[in-house]
Design a protein around this ligand. Structure first.
Ligand code: FCB
Length: 457
């Protein structure tokens, strides 16, 4: 089918990743509290196909089936997320035992299947009362998050293999608070910068809480991509540098170097120097989510679009589109961007960088996602995408990046935020009427890849 893959270093781990809100459903089960996304999705018109996450992939009831599918894939790691509103229905205070028990069962099921559980503590589903008290604009949220992390870690630290405190905090700041595409739907532009600092502080506090409870292998899942300027003009170069600070280095630098890129610390709230000590608590790995590179240029006074999200005219950069293959979400397919960013991180952070893991990579391929007459799903585009990105990771390792794992987003189809069910990222298809699971061709491809890598050991 495809060229044989080069051999990855011994100990390199293959995984998959998903999140609570996108897969679980059962939003009212066992005392779960309401979240920002529950409210956001209830507004007519916000979800592309008018679908709801009420059932989603049904993971809450069907997790044994999904875990068995990932076991049969031969994967090492199953990344999933814990819903803060299941553990603390109001965000703080009384713990909901049934919520904790659910994840306890999930973790045990993964271990019994020979998989390494990798919980993310926060994949954007903020408990509603926390949002009503100011959400990530409020410093208190970081403190509540640290307490929540301690509750979960005390229960699972003996069994979780990897920990990711916050998923893609930059997406929450930009889409959730700056330009309003995702929950909680605020449009504060640069006034949203406190959400950056407070999420970073939450990251640091939770790393400390997890470690205090005995948790091992703590990292991140930050989206990083090269930012390529539209041209070599000084204006485009400046716009690209500005954009890279805002999407990449404003997160990576505080976590790995204990400082903000120039010009940011002064505007952040609270005792920033003390907070940076907490934020830069050493990590065991640095997780990178990658889908597409970024191309930006100097602003023209007109809004521009990143996928379906509008970058307002007043931003000091605009997104540039190039011709060529695109993902289902409209992002540029460019595997070499993954190689480049892994090497850029290696160079930029040097000794301060722990081993890297690609914590998310994948694509949706509308038009190739439904079973054909033979009952199979021939998602060749996904296979090509994943194959090329796996090779890019290998190339980055050859060129000096210390990458220890690659986790595909996602084991099954799931609720793709505002895209609803129109975008399927799974290696396994889900029929949303029956919740029947059908492995796609990409599932067999990944299974063979993993098997072949093992045979070479
Ligand atoms: C990432 C998110 C994940 C999913 C994929 C496609 O940005 O972390 O939840 O939406 O994109």
């Amino acid at each position: 089918m495809t060229r044989p893959l080069p051999r990855f270093p011994a100990g390199f781990e293959w995984g998959v990743g998903a999140s609570a809100y996108q897969t679980e459903g059962a939003l009212d089960a066992d005392g779960r509290g309401r979240s920002t996304w529950d409210v956001f999705c209830e507004h007519p018109g916000r979800i592309a196909d008018g679908s709801t996450p009420a059932t989603s992939a049904g993971f809450y009831d069907r997790y044994p089936e999904d875990i068995a599918l990932v076991r049969d894939l031969g994967a090492d790691v199953y990344r999933f997320s814990i819903a803060w509103p299941r553990i603390l229905p109001t965000g703080s205070g009384e713990v909901n035992a049934k919520g904790l028990d659910f994840y306890d069962r999930v973790v045990d099921e993964m271990l019994a299947a020979g998989l390494k559980p990798a919980p993310t503590l926060y994949h954007w589903d903020t408990p509603l009362p926390i949002e009503e008290a100011g959400g990530w604009m409020n410093r208190d949220t970081a403190l509540r998050f640290g307490e929540y992390a301690a509750v979960v870690a005390e229960r699972l630290a003996d069994r979780a293999a990897y920990w990711i405190p916050l998923n893609e905090p930059v997406v929450l700041s930009l889409l959730g608070y700056a330009i309003g595409g995702y929950a909680p739907g605020q449009e504060l532009l640069f006034e949203s910068l406190p959400t950056v600092h407070h999420q970073l502080l939450a990251h640091g506090l939770s790393v400390q809480a997890i470690r205090a409870a005995g948790g091992r292998s703590i990292g991140t899942a930050n989206p990083h991509a090269p930012t390529w300027p539209g041209s070599d003009s000084p204006e485009d170069l400046a716009a690209a540098a500005f954009s890279a600070d805002l999407t990449d280095w404003i997160w990576g630098d505080p976590i790995l170097l204990g400082r903000y890129p120039e010009g940011y610390a002064e505007g952040m709230p609270g005792p920033v120097a003390e907070d940076l000590e907490v934020i830069s608590t050493p990590l065991d790995f640095y997780g990178v989510n990658y889908y597409s590179p970024q191309r930006v240029a100097a602003p023209t006074g007109e809004p521009s679009l990143i996928q379906e999200h509008e970058i307002p005219a007043e931003m000091p950069f605009r997104a540039v589109e190039v011709d060529g293959p695109k993902t289902g979400l409209g992002g540029e397919i460019n595997p070499d961007g993954l190689r480049e960013i892994l090497l850029t991180l290696t160079e930029r952070y040097g000794e301060s960088l722990p081993p890297l893991i690609v914590t998310e990579n994948g694509t949706s391929q509308p038009g190739t996602e439904e079973p054909g007459p033979d009952g199979r799903i021939h998602d060749d585009g996904r296979i090509d995408y994943l194959d090329a990105h796996v090779r890019a990771v290998h190339q980055a390792i050859e060129e000096g990046a210390d990458v220890r794992g690659y986790w595909v987003w996602s084991p099954t189809d799931n609720f793709e935020w505002t895209y609803g069910f129109t975008q399927r990222f799974g290696l396994v298809h889900i029929d949303y009427d029956t919740l029947v699971r059908t492995p796609k061709d990409s599932y067999s491809w990944y299974q063979q890849l993993i098997g072949a890598q093992r045979d070479q050991l």
